[in-house]
Design a protein around this ligand. Structure first.
Ligand SMILES: [Zn+2]
Ligand SMILES: [Zn+2]
Length: 212
């Protein structure tokens, strides 16, 4: 899109989104600073200009590269308050997966909305995959960045510590009512087109809700 860039996951990693606005923002840096460096340079951005890092949640595949990115850019790190309390568990997960330790600190908590310039994201608390998982919704662009809540014909895992299938179901129910044209998940491909997004929600409700 005009000011949203998708950098696909590479190996044990996640989709990273760059929001090019007054506050240059990286959503979920993932595990590879090299991926981000390569992609940003290609698109004409400088890594040192990144001002904000947002994590949809604290799982290591989404934030293992936080500190490296912060070192290179001095960007601030933000996530939901409920996820901050969960960070200790995510640190253990990073050890388990033999990833870089999650030694970053959170600079501020995300609440109702986050203004990056003309792009304004509503912050929607969507627990289930983890206690402080969030979705980011841009009303004008009809963009929903949904982390690990839902994917193309799939849903986020709830078997990690702090996961809850009841909460996941409620969170999906909640965001499925929104007017979304671009669904940008933490893994797999983005879904583009209202019809596709709507069909995906219907598929999930039909085939997953009984299981959750
Ligand atoms: Zn996750
Ligand atoms: Zn993930």
């Amino acid at each position: 899109m005009e000011n949203i860039y998708w950098y696909p996951e590479v190996g044990f990693d996640c989709n990273t989104y760059l929001i090019a606005d007054e506050i240059l923002t990286v959503i979920d840096p993932g595990t590879s600073i090299e991926k981000l460096l390569r992609s940003m340079v290609r698109d004409g951005f400088k890594i040192e200009d990144v001002k904000l890092i947002i994590n949809t949640h604290s799982h290591p595949d989404h934030c293992a590269a936080n500190q490296e990115l912060k070192n290179l850019s001095k960007a601030k790190i933000a996530m939901h308050k409920a996820e901050a309390k969960h960070l200790e568990v995510s640190r253990e997960m990073a050890k388990y997966f033999a990833l870089d330790p999650l030694n970053f600190k959170i600079d501020f908590y995300l609440e109702d909305e986050v203004k990056l310039g003309k792009t304004v994201f509503k912050v929607i608390h969507t627990p289930g995959h983890s206690p402080g998982s969030i979705c980011l919704y841009e009303e004008k662009l009809k963009v929903l960045i949904c982390g690990d809540l839902i994917f193309d014909k799939s849903v986020g895992r709830t078997d990690f510590p702090g996961g809850s299938s009841t909460q996941l179901k409620n969170s999906i129910e909640n965001v499925s009512k929104m007017d979304v044209e671009f669904l940008l998940p933490g893994h797999m491909k983005p879904l583009i087109g209202k019809e596709k997004v709507k069909n995906n929600f219907e598929f999930i409700k039909k085939y997953y809700f009984d299981l959750l």
